[in-house]
Design a protein around this ligand. Structure first.
Ligand SMILES: *Cc1c(COP(=O)(O)O)cnc(C)c1O
Length: 385
């Protein structure tokens, strides 16, 4: 089936008892058993819940994978994925990953005996330089937050498989509508579904997708054992939201393209980071690996800009009216943020400056409002600087 059809139907059948077309919220912690030792599909809701299961099947189909595994947050998904590793194992991870991922690796993984190296995975020779006998996992985020640098997924998968590592891709920034990493050979895709998959800024949830039964078995075991599960209502909200994922992504991108063009020519903007601009250093790679289901090159709804100084950044944030100053991204409403003091506050300054995350950098999560309203809002906020 096509992407839009799958997004509406995959993982869901009319509910057999009543015929309800929409998967119910199975708000229960336990299930009646017919007899002792009889065959049971559901016994306890940490282990399985039909609403969660429908969501897992739905997102798995959208990513072109076989199995989904939903978690209480993107971070719960990420930490569960890393828990597949054991003390002494080594992982290589993109250097400008999501700030929370950095914080988790730098403060918690350090206590577990799992070894890691952060490298710029835009150049995969950096990965080879730090790889060891004990390397088991290559973890990338593409495009990265907030610098929007890309990692070549096909080349990363080839490198990983030549060495028997698993390739994990955080696909939060594009959603499966614009990028399906499993098609390039990734073993596992993960999302903060809090962002585009849910898209309405009213849920925190995470999800992984794989086609590898062995990885799925490990993740399901971790999910139920550590209890990192989402509740049925949150699962239901995301399941409702993925039905419009494609429609929303089209509008996010239409708006983002127009805004990137406008900002690029704006005298108050020093630099625009958007993979859709021909001067983005990885524009060609973006065209190759970021495609909508019809095969059109796609660049997503995230843009970062360099305003030149903390004062300019602050005033710009203060001047906008349609954009809202807030953490997070991927919702239908446009948001604006200051990564250095918000999402990336836990990354040491010297480290973030190395990859261009300056005090004047501002990140836009372009929403689904009318294009003209967004263009006007940004222009008036910049002109006033
Ligand atoms: C938000 C985010 C996460 C963390 O997800 P939560 O749902 O907030 O726990 C991970 N990766 C990326 C790219 C994100 O944007």
């Amino acid at each position: 089936m096509g992407f839009l059809t799958d997004s509406i139907h995959a993982g869901q059948e009319p509910e057999p008892h009543t015929g309800a077309v929409i998967t119910p919220i199975f708000q229960t912690s336990t299930y009646a058993q017919k007899e002792l030792g009889g065959e049971i599909k559901y016994d306890y809701a940490r282990v399985e819940n039909p609403t969660r299961e429908a969501l897992e099947g739905n997102v798995a189909a959208l990513e072109g994978g076989k199995f989904g595994c939903a978690f209480g947050s993107g971070m719960a998904a990420i930490s569960s994925v890393v828990q597949m590793l054991s003390s002494g194992d080594h992982m290589v991870i993109s250097s400008n990953v999501y700030g929370g991922t950095y914080r988790y690796i730098d403060n918690i993984v350090t206590r577990t005996g799992v070894k890691f190296d952060f490298v710029d995975t835009a150049d995969l020779s950096n990965v080879e330089d730090v790889a060891k006998e004990s390397t088991k996992m290559l973890y990338v985020e593409t495009p990265t937050n907030p610098m929007l640098t890309l990692t070549d997924l096909k080349a990363a998968a080839e490198l990983a498989h030549a060495n028997n590592w698993i390739l994990v891709v955080d696909n939060t920034f594009l959603s499966p509508y614009f990028q399906r990493p499993l098609e390039f050979g990734a073993d596992l895709v993960l999302h903060s579904a809090t962002k585009y998959l849910n898209g309405h800024s009213d849920v925190v949830l995470g999800i992984t997708v794989t086609s590898d039964p062995d990885i799925q078995e490990q993740l399901k075991f971790i999910q139920k054992t550590v209890g990192a599960i989402p509740g049925p209502f949150d699962s239901w909200l995301v399941l409702r939201s993925t039905k419009t994922l494609g429609l929303r992504m089209r509008q996010h991108e239409k708006n983002a393209r127009a805004i990137a063009e406008m900002l690029k020519g704006h005298p108050k903007v020093q630099k625009v980071y958007y993979p859709g601009l021909p001067d983005h250093p990885q524009h060609e790679l973006a065209k190759r690996q970021q495609r909508d289901p019809e095969g059109n090159a796609s660049f997503g709804g995230m843009i970062s800009i360099e305003t030149g100084s903390i004062e300019h950044g602050k005033n710009f944030l203060r001047n906008v009216k349609v954009f809202t100053l807030a953490e997070s991204l991927g919702g239908v409403e446009s948001l604006i943020s200051h990564p250095a003091s918000m999402t990336h506050a836990s990354v040491p300054k010297e480290e973030r400056l190395q990859f261009g995350l300056t005090d004047g950098l501002v990140r836009l999560s372009v929403g689904c409002e009318d294009t003209e309203d967004l263009l006007e809002d940004l222009d008036q906020a910049l002109v006033a600087l």
